[in-house]
Design a protein around this ligand. Structure first.
Ligand code: ADP
Ligand code: MG
Length: 268
């Protein structure tokens, strides 16, 4: 059965679109048929991150208006033929689409694609209800900042109220040196507050910015940068693999866990 996953957050600018582009590409590279849906009407940029902006002819809004068929609006990725993008319209108002219509679109995609990843606006914004309408699972992206985590907590409540039960967390932009110096919340701190299972930890990585500008998701590189590895690991976990988490707690964490390991070997 197809998996409908909404990628969402409480606060804007925490890395949802980057995450959607990379996860979509990583899953496609691993042989899955994937549709990524830009449900961030008004602030669309999934097309830019995928480098597909010049290939858009129709968008979800024309499909819903009956001006074209769904297949006509889907943009095939240039590099990965397992991946398609359903673009959002930028020039129409956000309420051009209703949650019911969105559900219909996503269900139609599920006939063909194994994964439907929906890039959503932040939880407080208009359009959020549309984005989550067709989803059965959610990935909440947050950065390790109090304001982002607090807003993410509210979104957990909203998602649960919409009967989305499978909710996982992605902590983005971790900087190990800052965590070590106690200048940044650790992944454990974030998880303690939100109390939802963790699916991924992504380091702050300047290659993300380079890849955004080029319209080439990081997971396409031959040699993956740290964030590229993190995105690919999340894709593998979505596919059911058990993949160890990167240790992004700085050296302190490493030493502690080494000592713990040493002690436990002695006791056994
Ligand atoms: P959202 O969709 O949540 O608004 P974006 O994916 O557009 O967020 O990302 C917001 C900004 O943060 C972009 O400029 C992006 O390049 C940057 N960014 C996201 N994730 C990372 C990361 N792991 N390391 C460095 N920069 C990042
Ligand atoms: Mg976005």
């Amino acid at each position: 059965m197809a998996r409908f996953i909404v990628i969402t957050s409480g606060k804007g600018g925490v890395g949802k679109t980057t995450c959607t582009a990379n996860l979509g590409m990583a899953l496609a590279k691993r042989g899955r048929k994937v549709a990524v849906v830009d449900a961030d009407f008004g602030l669309r940029n999934l097309d830019l991150l995928l480098g597909l902006e010049n290939r858009i002819v129709y968008t979800a809004v024309e499909v819903l208006a009956g001006e074209c068929r769904l297949e006509q609006a889907l943009v095939k990725d240039k590099r990965q033929n397992n991946l398609v993008l359903l673009p959002a319209a930028q020039n129409r108002t956000k309420d051009a689409v209703t949650p019911e219509q969105m559900k219909k679109l996503v269900n139609a995609l599920a006939q063909v694609y194994e994964f439907v990843l929906i890039d959503s606006p932040a939880g407080i914004e208009m359009g959020f209800q549309n984005a989550i309408a067709g989803a059965r699972e959610a990935l909440i992206v947050t950065t390790p900042e109090i304001s982002a985590v607090r807003d993410a907590d509210r979104v957990v409540g909203l998602l649960e109220a919409h009967n989305i039960k499978r909710i996982n967390l992605i902590v983005n932009r971790i900087r190990p040196a800052m965590v070590k110096a106690n200048d940044m919340m650790s992944v454990e701190d974030v998880q303690e507050i939100l109390a939802i299972p963790i699916l991924g930890i992504i380091p702050d990585d300047e290659r993300v910015i380079v890849s955004t500008n080029r319209g080439e998701p990081l997971v396409l590189s031959e040699t993956l940068s740290p964030a590229g590895v993190a995105y690919d690991n999340i894709a593998r976990r979505l596919l059911g693999e058990t993949v160890e988490f990167m240790d992004l707690n700085g050296n302190n964490g490493n030493i502690l866990s080494r000592i713990r390991k040493l002690l436990s070997t002695k006791i056994v």
